[in-house]
Each structure stands twice: as structure tokens, then as C-alpha cells.
Design a binder for this molecule. Structure first.
Ligand code: NAI
Length: 334
């Protein structure tokens, strides 16, 4: 009897480790729908929570017919619905908010998205403060500090579980390089550091297979402003959604792999970082090693060349302002 219950307990705890609920907040949007689809297709996800201020249950009903094992549930756009969607999540992804239109930069989204992200962060702080929180909503350079402030105000801030998703910059860099060099993008690992908008995006080609590319100003510009190509081509209908969903799903998958015990999982992400704190910059994107509890180790920038050094200096100036703007927003709009 005792042995049986011991075995049962062990079996339970083994499977509990692999139970992974993922919540998507903003799941009916241009990013939210394909991102939720990719999460439904991911065998690491056991339960998918679909939340939006409109259309969540419809997206969930649609996804729930896909014949993968995970359960899917859509939630009503009420405080109780939001709390239930978040509760028990290992990973919470936030792609809620408005996207850019032609002529806008990401900072132009601040006025609308800052309060959306603040309110969703409050709900996460209440219902799943231990979840890994992945912020996609722009401007990421400001929305991530906003989340940190919300968590700090509630005494539940854990810098190891908050991530700004910059994966799309890395995805773009490897794709663009492979086009120039005629290589397979999967072999092109380009580290991108800094933040996630314009001049704050700093690709480090000197650390790649093609160190010569750091002097290719056109390529550097394309990585920094690649999002504009999509905004322009969509002509008012939004910004990157499909490539972003892929990038967000890759980041979530990496976080889950590490949560489930895999070692050596590294992704660049915009996180609470010691690297430039002496210059008053509390958040920075560099290569981040993931573990069961979130961030395990933040890698330093490493050796960079003179061109990249200049880019980094420009990045730090902008980044500081973007971060301060987020912090100030929560101070005056708690
Ligand atoms: P979208 O307008 O198609 O979808 C946004 C969704 O958020 C809508 O379904 C809307 O109903 C929902 N929403 C709004 N307020 C909400 C709230 N309080 N709670 C829950 N849901 C809410 O926009 P799209 O194209 O999906 O973009 C979303 C965000 O992602 C934008 O801020 C965009 O700038 C950002 N983005 C970030 C990228 C990155 O690399 N981190 C890349 C591309 C876009």
C-alpha cells in the first residue's frame, strides 16, 4: 500500500514537471492567432489559454479541433476571465496592443500600448507571478520596464522571469545574411544586442561566420529597420505578424525546453541585465542562457569591432530614454 502510494506520488511529480500551460493575451490579433496556432502544434504545451478583449472563445473553438493533445480554452474578456486564463501558466505571452502604421516608429505606440501592457501585467502579478512573462507588445524597450515596475509595486518582481521578445531581430538577421551569402539560414547564428527598435537594434556580425559584414551598412540598416519593410508593404494593415508569431513561438519553445530540464538553451532577449547598469541602463538584450527558473545566466557582449562599438553607443543613448519613459509612466499612472 505504502509502496503503491509512493510510486503514484513519484509518477505524479514526474508528469507535473512536464505540465505546461501557456497563456496568450491578445490572442485574436494578427500575431496572437498564428502564435496560438504554433503553440497548439507544440507538443510541450499541455494547456493553451486564449484571451483577448474580443474573439478569444472563437479562436479557441477553432484551435480546439486541431488533433494535437493539448487542451484549449478561450476566456471571456472580464477580470475573472483574464485571471482564470493566466492562473497556473508556465509561460504567459503578451502580443496585445496596436501595431504600427506607415510612418510610425515603435515609440508612437507608447500612449496606447503602455496602459494595455500595464493592466495585463497587473493581472499576471496577481494570478501567476511566478510565470515566465514574454512581452511582444511594442515599444518593447518601454513595455518591459513597465512590467517590472508593476511587479515591483506588488512585491513580486523576479527579474529572472521577465523577457522582452527580440527574437524576430535575430531571425531577420540570419535570414538576410543567408540571402547575401547563399547559405542556409539555420547555419547563420547572428547575435543581436541592445533593444528592439531602430538604432537600439545592434547586430554583431563580427561574431558570426562572416565578420566582414559588420561594415555592410545596408545590411545593418536592414536588420535595424526590417520591420519598416513589412509595415510599408502592408500599407496601413499592420506590421509583422506571421514572422513575429514564428519568432515568439521559438522564444516560448526555448523557455519551455529549459523549464523542462534541457541544458544550454540560449536566446537573446531584452531582460533586466547587469551589463550597462553602471550607465543607468537597467534592461538590455544579449545572449541569455535559460534554465528551469527562467534566466540562468546573462552573457556579456563579448568582443566587438569599431563599427559595432559606434552602433552600441548610439543604442545606449536611445535605450536609456525608452526605459526611463516606461518607468515614469508607471510612476505617474500606477
Ligand atoms: P493586432 O491589432 O492585430 O492585435 C492586437 C490584439 O490585441 C487585438 O486582437 C486586440 O483585441 C488585442 N488587445 C488589445 N487590448 C487588449 C487587452 N487589454 N487585453 C487583451 N487583448 C487586447 O496587432 P498585432 O499585429 O498582433 O501586434 C501586436 C503588438 O505586437 C503590437 O504592439 C506590435 O507593435 C507588436 N509587435 C512586436 C514585435 C516584436 O518583435 N516584439 C514584432 C511585431 C509586432
Amino acid at each position: 500500500m505504502m509502496l503503491a502510494s509512493k510510486i503514484q506520488r513519484r509518477a505524479f511529480s514526474a508528469s507535473a514537471r512536464n505540465l505546461s500551460k501557456v497563456a496568450v493575451l491578445g490572442a485574436s490579433g494578427g500575431i496572437g492567432q498564428p502564435l496560438s496556432l504554433l503553440m497548439k502544434l507544440n507538443p510541450r504545451v499541455t494547456e493553451l489559454a486564449v484571451y483577448d478583449i474580443r474573439g478569444g472563445p472563437g479562436v479557441a473553438a477553432d484551435l480546439s479541433h486541431i488533433n494535437t493533445k493539448s487542451s484549449v480554452k478561450g476566456y471571456d474578456p472580464t477580470p475573472a476571465g483574464l485571471a482564470a486564463a493566466i492562473k497556473g501558466s508556465e509561460v504567459v505571452l503578451i502580443p496585445a496592443g496596436v501595431p504600427r502604421k506607415p510612418g510610425m516608429d515603435r515609440d508612437d505606440l507608447f500612449n496606447t500600448n503602455a496602459s494595455i501592457v500595464r493592466d495585463l501585467a497587473k493581472a499576471v502579478a496577481e494570478s501567476a507571478p511566478e510565470a515566465k512573462l514574454l512581452i511582444i507588445s511594442n515599444p518593447v524597450n518601454s513595455t518591459v520596464p513597465i512590467c517590472a515596475e508593476v511587479f515591483k509595486a506588488r512585491g513580486v518582481y523576479n527579474p529572472k522571469t521577465l523577457f522582452g521578445v527580440t527574437t524576430l531581430d535575430v531571425v531577420r538577421a540570419s535570414r538576410f545574411v543567408s540571402e547575401i551569402k547563399g547559405t542556409d539560414p539555420k547555419d547563420e547564428n547572428i547575435t543581436v544586442i541592445g533593444g528592439h527598435s531602430g538604432a537600439t537594434i545592434v547586430p554583431l556580425f563580427s561574431q558570426s561566420n562572416h565578420p566582414d559584414l559588420s561594415s555592410n551598412a545596408e545590411l545593418v540598416h536592414r536588420v535595424q529597420f526590417g520591420g519598416d519593410e513589412v509595415v510599408k508593404a502592408k500599407d496601413g494593415a499592420g506590421s509583422a505578424t506571421l514572422s513575429m508569431a514564428m519568432a515568439g513561438a521559438r522564444m516560448a519553445e526555448s523557455v519551455l525546453r529549459a523549464s523542462q530540464g534541457e541544458k544550454g538553451v540560449i536566446e537573446p532577449a531584452f531582460v533586466d541585465s547587469p551589463l550597462f547598469k553602471d550607465q543607468g541602463i537597467d534592461f538590455f538584450s544579449s545572449r541569455v542562457e535559460l534554465g528551469p527558473n527562467g534566466i540562468e545566466k546573462i552573457h556579456p557582449v563579448g568582443n566587438i569591432d569599431a563599427v559595432e562599438q559606434k552602433l552600441l553607443e548610439a543604442c545606449l543613448g536611445d535605450l536609456k530614454k525608452n526605459i526611463e519613459k516606461g518607468v515614469a509612466f508607471v510612476a505617474s499612472n500606477p
